[in-house]
Write a protein that binds this ligand. Structure first.
Ligand SMILES: [Fe+2]
Ligand SMILES: [Fe+2]
Length: 195
């Protein structure tokens, strides 16, 4: 039975004062709140990892890839903020967690995007699990919020997969690698995304 009446207790965030009084329609459950808080940190962690990838690419003179990854890092930050604002709008407590130190070096440019794809697939699984939890606990507002993330993940996994496929095709031909790097550098931040 989902617990609509309390926060996490002593070791985690509270749902908020006056939240979910007896008889209120459940707006959030503590397990869903915990899951969303974990997802905020997962998005920030993805943002951090992309930033490290961007720095490595820049140091290897893949400036187009570096730009693409920097834009992606910002996008992950906006994902985190979307959930951050959602928790606050529902009267819940935001609890930020520690972010792991990301990989700093890579063997090759293809390895960078393979790591990006793996990360996106992992985040996709986490979003699916969170959606399933919100469904089980009948937290409909969270389901609606997470729907956006499910659609976004399909796009992000697709673009990462396509870039990996392109780099794999080129192998080590320098001229083609530079062309692809230039192509990635043409990426522009999404309209409305925080720069
Ligand atoms: Fe994301
Ligand atoms: Fe992502």
């Amino acid at each position: 039975m989902p617990d609509y009446t309390t926060g996490y207790g002593q070791d985690g965030p509270q749902l908020g004062a006056g939240y979910n009084r007896p008889g209120d329609r459940p707006a959030m459950t503590r397990t869903v709140l915990k899951g969303i808080n974990q997802q905020i940190s997962a998005e920030l962690s993805a943002s951090y990892a992309y930033l490290a990838m961007s720095a490595w690419c820049e140091s290897q003179n893949f400036t187009g890839s570096a730009k693409w990854l920097r834009i992606q890092s910002r996008e992950e930050h906006t994902h985190a903020m979307k959930l951050f604002d959602f928790v606050l709008a529902r009267g819940g407590t935001v609890e930020l967690m520690a972010i792991e130190k990301p990989a700093r070096t890579f063997k090759s440019i293809v390895e960078v995007f393979e790591a990006a794809l793996k990360q996106e697939q992992e985040v996709g699984r986490q979003i699916d699990q969170l959606y399933e939890l919100a469904f089980k606990e009948k937290v409909f507002a969270a389901m609606a919020e997470l729907q956006w993330f499910i659609t976004e993940q399909v796009e992000e996994e697709k673009s990462a997969r396509e870039i990996v496929a392109k780099f794999r095709m080129l192998k080590d031909d320098p001229a083609s690698l530079l062309d692809l790097d230039r192509e990635l550098g043409a990426r522009q931040p999404e309209a409305g995304a925080a720069a």
